[in-house]
Ligand binder design. Structure first.
Ligand code: HAX
Length: 427
């Protein structure tokens, strides 16, 4: 049986030699250039980060280790994590071992709960999640072993240890935030043997007699698991980790970036927008009325949450997967119907406005609506759900960057004066 550790141990020498060869033979080859506009607008389109776990094709969307995301929708979270880390799906025995390993590591240190108890009631759930991650930094295998003289060759192994602890504990922490902080109810203990997604559903404790929420959560986790290496939250984790700060520091950092309204918080903002529409029209408006409402909203200088993307230029398959799910399970739900109608009305309006390069709905334009349908009506929790799934991809990326020994990030910054001088010299 080749478990996760042994599969990585077998592959890493090959990855290292590929990178070494690329560097030795092609170190000076130009693979990207940067314009002044790209520098000032978030470095869009600059090839600046290496990421083998996933790739986003502007037209076709997400590929996980070369496989179209939509071909993986029946897989478990553990299989996806194994695939992200190694490029291979696990065999049955390796999968079972990974599930047992995660169950074994699921205990959260009690000081995290004490910290939650001491924080104000209106603390945003993302702050709780990020603070929990940071507080647990003292548990890091990487940092402990680094302080004992861990060799660079072995950085990935200690990072894998931290990754397994974090992946095991994150659903427990997220569910605790939901149950105790948002609902004021007792927590539900983790149940060994259920697997990542089913155990998370179990700990959230929603009424789910026919298992539809469990089925949804499995898909939710896959579509949120990874989206390349340079989106704002993942890049943050990679920058933090590049100084050999451990996974706790790195993932807490990624959460702080995901919590912004232009990024992962867009799922919360999107449902807020939909509920405002429902209230304004006392139900589901017709297309013409919704179109006029959205146009006014846009014209007032707002962004439409859940629409647009920095890389995608076509339909987001992640949106499509969750939309198809919603169409099967809750086609008459008013929140879902408004989301559906927005999917028809907004793209032509964004095109008419002429600013957004991608006028189509993204994943955050649908995921919150389905969580709402399943009874998670505290919108502030949605980004926590996103983060709990995204940790699979971040951990896989950081294991692989530590495996190939990626250097500390340090691009060069320039001043406005330098830019002005450069462009005038270029004329
Ligand atoms: N509504 C209104 N205007 C939009 C827009 C939207 N949904 N999407 C883009 N634009 C505007 C931008 O604000 C920008 O305007 P300015 O030139 O005045 O600054 C212009 O169109 C060009 O932007 P772009 O190049 O198309 O998009 P960016 O790569 O700069 O930004 C964003 C991508 C996702 C941040 C952007 O589309 C946006 O703000 N969308 C709404 C928020 C959202 O849904 N975020 C989640 C995205 C998915 C994700 O990361 N999930 O975590």
């Amino acid at each position: 049986m080749k478990n996760l550790h042994d599969t990585l141990a077998e592959k890493i020498p090959q990855w290292r030699s590929e990178i070494r060869e690329l560097l030795e033979k092609n170190g000076n080859t130009v693979i990207s250039t940067i314009t002044l506009e790209q520098l000032l607008k978030g470095m869009r389109g600059v090839n600046a980060v290496l990421c083998d776990t996933s790739y986003v094709d502007p037209e076709e969307g997400l590929f996980i280790r070369g496989l179209p995301m939509l071909s993986l929708m029946e897989r478990s979270a553990e299989e996806i994590f194994f695939l992200l880390c190694t490029g291979e799906l696990p065999g049955a025995a390796a999968l079972q071992q990974l599930q047992e390993e995660l169950s074994r590591r699921a205990e959260v240190p009690p000081y995290v709960w004490q910290m939650f108890d001491s924080m104000p009631d209106d603390t945003h759930p993302m702050v709780l999640l990020s603070a929990a991650m940071l507080a647990m930094q003292r548990e890091s295998h990487f940092t402990r072993r680094y302080n004992q003289g861990l060799s660079r060759e072995d950085h990935w192994e200690a990072t894998l240890e931290d990754a397994l602890d974090i992946i095991a504990r994150l659903p427990v922490i997220a569910a605790r935030i939901y149950r105790t902080r948002l609902l004021g109810k007792a927590p539900i203990a983790s149940a060994a043997g259920l697997g990542f997604a089913d155990n998370f559903a179990h700990m959230l404790g929603l009424n789910d007699p026919d298992g539809t929420f469990r089925a949804f959560l499995k898909q939710f986790i896959i579509v949120h698991s990874d989206h390349e290496g340079a989106n704002a939250s993942v890049l943050t984790s990679r920058i933090v980790n590049s100084s050999l700060s451990d996974l706790y520091y790195s993932i807490s950092g990624s959460m702080n970036s995901l919590a912004g309204p232009l990024h992962g918080l867009a799922n919360q903002e999107s449902v807020k927008f939909v509920l405002a529409i429902q209230e304004r029209f006392a139900g589901v408006p017709d297309a013409a009325a919704l179109s006029a409402y959205v146009w006014d909203y846009l014209s007032a200088g707002n962004v439409i949450p859940g629409f647009g993307h920095a890389v995608l230029r076509s339909d987001d398959p992640r949106y499509r997967a969750l939309y198809d799910f919603g169409k099967r399970v809750c086609p008459e739900n008013p929140v879902f119907r408004i989301v559906e109608l927005l999917g028809e009305v907004v793209p032509p309006l964004l095109k008419k406005q002429g600013k957004a390069k991608n006028p189509y709905p993204n994943i955050d334009g649908i995921s919150g609506a389905l969580l709402y349908h399943f009874g998670i009506t505290d919108l502030q929790f949605y980004t926590v759900m996103f983060s709990t799934a995204q940790v699979l991809g971040i951990c896989a990326q950081l294991i692989s960057t530590r495996a190939i020994g990626t250097s500390i990030f340090r691009p060069k910054s320039v001043t406005t004066r330098w830019l002005q001088g450069y462009v005038s010299d270029a004329m």
